[in-house]
Design a protein around this ligand. Structure first.
Ligand code: UT7
Length: 323
């Protein structure tokens, strides 16, 4: 059977780092509060010359180089983002243009913090369906642009960045020993849509709007939803937490990550945590974490890796893959 195998990975971050101390000058907060409640120590913030597509294209170039490929080898670009350069065209098309590609096709996926899990699942379906052979899957965000910098309950949490994978069609045996995506589980429940949203849009206010979140409400659902889809991925493949080499969660809050891992019996040593470095970069957080841990040699070829995320919508999902 055809599997979607990771052939390359890459990441890109804005030039400017903003530490918790820097944020103390913006709103009434403290490094202690932010570290204790979230685990975040710093985040990157895009400058005037940096956009979601510029970061996404830089991550894509890094992933192509890592894969030993060029844009000519790619036939599909999927970009997960909630902070597009423009309402349209899709940021994926702007990235395609920045890569100098005029062939193939490109589109965006919008599932907020679960965006990258949705995008990998979509890429896998295109590859297994024979519609694409090599896909650039990108998570790219500039959440700093939609933050209310007067609201300390949200502006301290988010950051900007991008990460990318090249997924490639490869023949597998149909067992969990295969490299590539082994199973994917996506969920959404729009009855929660007002707990984490942006208060503007082209069809409502005609403005971009700002991020609004009932943090405590989101927190309340996060661990349960994450464990639900991770368990579904284990059950679908007959694998267990013991088989797992790495859990690569969406990086929203260290307490949510550790709480989920504990409930799943996954020791914290097997969890990739980058929230301290990047803050919550929404759809970019998983590919940034993957690029960090694969780049420093933690994630190795053949490792069993679980991706999971939960966010606005609510949306949530998990992908189990062999690296
Ligand atoms: O990306 C996916 C979706 N997002 C998430 O997963 C986020 C989920 N939620 C969270 O991570 C947490 O709820 C937060 C980190 C947002 C907040 O942590 P919390 O432990 O739930 O704090 P809280 O909202 O209950 O607030 C506790 C106190 C409040 O003061 P009072 O009412 O107890 O006097 C807040 O006003 O902390 C205060 N507070 C702050 N203090 C200093 C809220 N924000 C700040 C701040 N600095 N930045």
């Amino acid at each position: 059977m055809i599997r979607s195998v990771v052939r390359g990975f890459g990441a890109a971050l804005p030039k400017r780092v903003m530490t918790n101390r820097d944020i103390e000058d913006v709103v009434d907060t403290s490094d202690e509060w932010i570290v204790q409640r979230t685990g975040i120590r710093q985040r990157y913030v895009a400058g005037d010359d940096e956009t979601t597509s510029s970061l996404g294209a830089a991550a894509a170039r890094a992933a192509l180089e890592n894969a030993g490929l060029t844009p000519a080898d790619i036939d599909l670009i999927i970009c997960a983002t909630s902070t597009p350069d423009n309402t349209f065209p899709a940021t994926a098309v702007s990235i395609q243009n920045r890569l100098g590609m005029t062939h193939g096709f490109a589109f965006d996926v919008q599932a907020v913090c679960t965006g990258f899990v949705y995008a990998v699942t979509t890429a896998d379906a295109y590859i297994r369906g024979g519609l694409a052979k090599r896909v650039l899957v990108i998570g790219a965000e500039t959440f700093s642009r939609i933050l209310d910098w007067n609201d300390r309950t949200t502006c301290v949490l988010f950051g900007d960045g991008a990460g990318a994978l090249v997924l490639e069609a490869s023949e597998g045996e149909g067992t969990t020993a295969d490299r590539g995506v082994l199973t994917a589980h996506l969920r959404s429940d729009g009855s929660h849509k007002d707990k984490l949203y942006v208060d503007g849009g082209p069809s409502t206010t005609g403005t971009v709007g700002k991020l609004r979140m009932e943090g405590r409400e989101v927190f309340k659902y996060a661990v349960g939803m994450i464990t639900d889809v991770v368990v579904a991925a284990f059950e679908a493949t007959g694998t267990t937490a013991d088989d797992l080499d790495w859990l690569v969660p969406h990086q929203a809050n260290r307490r949510i990550i550790e709480g989920s891992a504990k409930k799943l019996n996954i020791p914290v040593e097997k969890v990739v945590i980058t929230v301290d470095l990047h803050g919550n970069t929404s759809a970019a957080s998983i590919p940034l974490a993957l690029a960090t841990a694969a780049g420093d040699g933690r994630i190795k070829k053949g490792d069993l890796v679980m991706l999971e995320a939960m966010g606005g919508g609510f949306t949530w999902g998990a992908v189990l893959l062999r690296w």
